[in-house]
Design a protein around this ligand. Structure first.
Ligand code: EPU
Length: 340
């Protein structure tokens, strides 16, 4: 386990905002967990790839960097295989590695930034697929009882960008590994219009898994700003889920507002469209900006602070509330410091 005093967190969050911590502990093996100090949710913070967090304040206590690696095919069955993957593995490298092993199921989730440990926390999803469709088991360290706990898929309480680890028992568990069930026989999932259209524009009717992955990569590179070039955490807001009546009423007032089904009696609204419609795309203030590429993404133009990004996000939430009567929820974890 590596220990660093008073580290800067700037290079450890993809927003690239400045923040410091009291101590940085890098957890490299499961054994490291046995000698960790107690976790104080008010003063400490667990960090994976830093691609879904906004630091608005310094972390007074310890930042635990989750870097437990390892990926293995642990069992083969008729038509599928099970993979065990450490929380510190890079997500996109896992996707490409699984395709190289002849396994499919993750191709739609290509190029999502971050590490594997964060994937079940917010049930990562893109182009019509969510992690929950392939996840079998989460192994986590229970800070409260100093022991490992296993969660099967039901126990994870997955929802849209949501799970037990995000909104149920926040800060109680540290994900150490996940088990995935991936297919030996590829079944394309190309219902998402943007993906289907991109494939058919290339004349591909029956894609292979790698072609789906390559296409998703290309779409993401075209649509979303690259965090390695300009600081961001992908979508800053979730797409709001409302009743069918509310969705119908909003669509009748705002022609063109995209909606998608969300279960039997709810609909998901395009937050990007609403933000764009209110003129926010490309808006900048104090070095924080709404990406000109995608209205759902806030960016750090170089030197801004978490505080300025949060200020901008609050203005957008207000504006969408006033114009559409819809409340936007933020997607990344926002660290505002210990409670007073
Ligand atoms: N749109 C605009 N203006 C924009 C961008 C988009 O009006 O600047 C409209 C377009 O009509 C477009 C629609 O919004 O058709 C949807 O855009 P997109 O396909 O990019 O999807 P999204 O709903 O904005 C969600 C996820 C993304 C994921 C894509 C593809 C959330 C919060 N975001 O975005 O996830 O890549 O779908 O599945 O659900 C992330 O979580 O960080 C992320 C990037």
């Amino acid at each position: 386990m590596k220990v660093l005093e008073r580290p800067s967190l700037k290079s450890l969050n993809t927003f690239g905002v400045e923040a410091s911590a009291g101590l940085l502990l890098t957890i490299e093996t499961e054994e490291d967990l046995l000698s960790l100090p107690a976790f104080d949710p008010h003063r400490d913070f667990v960090l994976g790839g830093g691609s879904n967090v906004l630091f608005v304040s310094d972390v007074p206590g310890t930042v635990f960097l989750n870097r437990i690696t390892g990926k293995d095919i642990v069992s083969e069955h008729d038509g599928y295989a099970q993979l065990e993957v450490g929380a510190g593995e890079n997500w996109h490298q896992l996707v490409r590695w699984s395709l190289d092993q002849g396994l499919s199921g993750l191709e739609n989730l290509s190029l999502i930034p971050g590490l594997v440990g964060a994937a079940p926390i917010q049930n990562i999803g893109a182009y019509g697929v969510e992690l929950s469709s392939v996840l079998e088991l989460v192994t986590a360290w229970d800070w409260q009882n100093s022991t490992w706990v296993l969660f099967n898929q039901d126990e994870c309480h997955f929802g849209y960008r949501d799970s037990l680890f995000k909104s149920g028992e926040t800060d109680r568990y540290l994900v150490t590994s996940i088990r995935l069930r991936l297919n030996r026989h590829f079944r394309p999932q190309v219902d998402y219009a943007g993906l289907r259209d991109a494939l058919s524009s290339m004349g591909i009717d029956q894609p292979e898994a790698k072609q789906v992955s390559d296409t998703v990569i290309r779409i993401r590179q075209q649509k979303l700003p690259d965090p390695a070039v300009i600081g961001n955490v992908g979508s800053f807001f979730k797409n709001p889920v409302v009743s069918l009546d509310e969705a119908e009423w909003l669509c009748s007032r705002f022609t063109g507002l995209p909606t998608w089904p969300a279960g039997a009696d709810r609909a998901k609204l395009s937050a990007a469209w609403m933000i764009d419609h209110c003129g926010w795309r490309g808006f900048q203030e104090n070095g924080a900006a709404v990406s000109s590429q995608h209205a759902l993404v806030l960016v750090n133009q170089g030197q801004t602070s978490g505080h300025h990004i949060l200020e901008l996000s609050a203005k957008i939430v207000d504006s969408i509330g006033q114009n559409f009567g819809v409340f936007l929820q933020t997607e990344p974890k926002i660290y505002t410091g210990p409670d007073p």
